[in-house]
Design a protein around this ligand. Structure first.
Ligand code: GDP
Length: 460
């Protein structure tokens, strides 16, 4: 069960903090830790039981102390990776943690690759592939709803559904193969009918699950949103209103300039990822043309457009040019400055653009946020999926695999309805069974698995 080599990494986030953890995992984790850690009670970690914490000092080979620490021992198989694991809880400074980490290397560990702890947990059967990915989703969740969905997947709800489907498919295959192997026996019409029902039921469940893919992906990645409109309509005021909610999350993307700050507004549990907030806030450029050009640029990148108008003024040529950008897009039209006497009639806009919600708002009086929130939720939780759903398809890879499974099931149903060639039906069902196994990882190729874990951070 334990991999040959022992790995180590800093498991806590960079920066200064009360504590920071260096995690060591593998066959020699305890002896690596013993070389650099002196317990106050004089005992060696290798001589201690699992799930003990001891106080002591991390020191180099010459005995020079580097930091005080608590060592946590988790013996195989009762650890995150199912291997022997030692966690050294040190002080949370960059330098001190780097020094402790390099001591673990001198003592025989090697640097962990991205996601390698979780990958070992997967390879050792503690988590399946869907659960392993959910680990990352829990860490990166931006809203309560996103966290709830990620926790649902981590606890294995999604995997359980997939396993159940695989088992049912296997049952039908076994039944069909008995027919193929013993064709001289009486064909049992009733049980064939049952098999068809089972497969049709499976296809139904798959379709329902696939309907969650839209919301699942948005909750995880954020809904790419652009606020567009000509200058002075209130774009930066709206942005500030959205980001002022206490739950808004701003994340720095490490290793990039300050331009790549990501801002997420939490709108009823939906993380809105607002494109180029710096550009929206820059108020120096009040030239109308620039407003239209910027709007065009953003409209191309965004999945959702919040289109602002100044309700206290007649629609201008620029407003009309921006309206012309909306064809084929997802948009919500916002008639702002509803606190002032109005010159724009939302009813007329509604008639002209029946596909888009048209809402009066006032960023100044902070009116209309609730109806905006509702309009956004309506776009995310479309048919067949509601906000309470916690088993969600998480990304395009899963959705793609599920769609392929559905195709095979439909083919199987067609074959059952038509020629009833048991061989053909069974081939499709086998394919469906195999593809479902790629979701849980039982059937996933090594390259796919490597690719998935390489998206994790180091130390996870
Ligand atoms: P932007 O150029 O589109 O980003 O617009 P701003 O957010 O900078 O707003 C332009 C002007 O309109 C500012 O003076 C705001 O105070 C004002 N403004 C924005 N929203 C409202 C509103 O709802 N009501 C009123 N009366 N004024 C607003």
């Amino acid at each position: 069960m334990q991999q040959e080599d022992t790995i180590s990494a800093i498991a806590t986030a960079g920066g200064e903090a009360g504590i920071g953890i260096v995690r060591i995992s593998g066959r020699t984790a305890l002896s690596v830790a013993d070389r650099i850690f002196r317990a106050k009670n004089g005992k060696r970690l290798s001589d201690m039981e699992s799930h003990r914490a001891v106080y002591g000092t991390v020191a180099d080979d010459e005995g020079r102390p580097v930091d005080e620490a608590m060592a946590l021992i988790m013996r195989s198989p009762h650890s995150y990776t199912k291997e022997d694991v030692v966690e050294l809880q040190c002080h949370g400074g960059r330098l001190v943690l780097r020094q402790v980490l390099s001591l673990t290397y001198c003592a025989g560990a090697r640097p962990a690759e991205r996601g390698e702890f979780t990958k070992r947990a997967f390879l050792n059967g503690r988590l399946d592939l869907s659960q392993a990915q959910a680990v990352m989703d829990v860490i990166q969740a931006k809203t309560d709803s996103a966290l709830r969905a990620a926790e649902g997947n981590l606890s294995g709800k999604f995997s359980a559904k997939i396993r159940e489907m695989r088992n049912e498919i296997l049952g039908v295959i076994a039944h069909l193969e008995a027919l193929i192997d013993f064709p001289e026996e009486d064909v049992d019409d009733i049980s064939l009918e049952d098999a068809r029902k089972t497969v049709a039921g499976l296809a139904d469940r798959l379709r329902k699950l696939l309907q969650t893919a839209h919301a699942g992906q948005i909750l995880r990645e954020g809904l790419m949103t652009a606020i567009i409109g000509r200058p002075n309509v209130g774009k930066s005021s709206l942005l500030n209103m959205l980001l002022r909610t206490e739950r808004a999350i701003v994340t720095d993307i490490p290793g990039t300039t300050r331009d790549s700050i990501e801002e997420y507004a939490d709108i009823g549990g939906v993380p809105l990822r607002i494109i180029d907030t710096a550009g929206i806030r820059a108020t120096e450029d009040k030239v109308e043309r620039i407003g239209v050009e910027k709007s065009r640029e953003y409209a191309e990148q965004a999945a959702l457009l919040l289109v602002l108008f100044d309700g206290s003024q007649e629609l201008s040529t620029e407003d009309e040019e921006i309206l012309a950008l909306l064809e084929g897009k997802q948009a919500i039209l916002l008639v702002n400055k509803s606190d002032l006497p109005q010159k724009v009639d939302p009813g007329i806009l509604r008639q002209r653009f029946p596909d888009f919600p048209v809402l009066p708002i006032s960023t100044k009086a902070e009116n209309g946020l609730e109806s905006l929130q509702k309009a956004i939720l309506d776009k995310v939780y479309t048919t067949g999926c509601d906000e309470e759903e916690t088993t969600l398809v998480r990304d395009e890879r899963e959705a793609h695999l599920l769609r392929r499974v559905l195709e095979h099931l439909n083919e199987a149903i067609n074959a059952m309805d038509g020629s009833m060639d048991a061989d053909l039906v069974s081939i499709d069902l086998r394919s469906a069974w195999e593809i479902l196994g790629e979701l849980t990882g039982e059937m996933a190729g090594e390259d796919i698995i490597d690719e998935i874990f390489s998206r994790f951070c180091i130390g996870k």
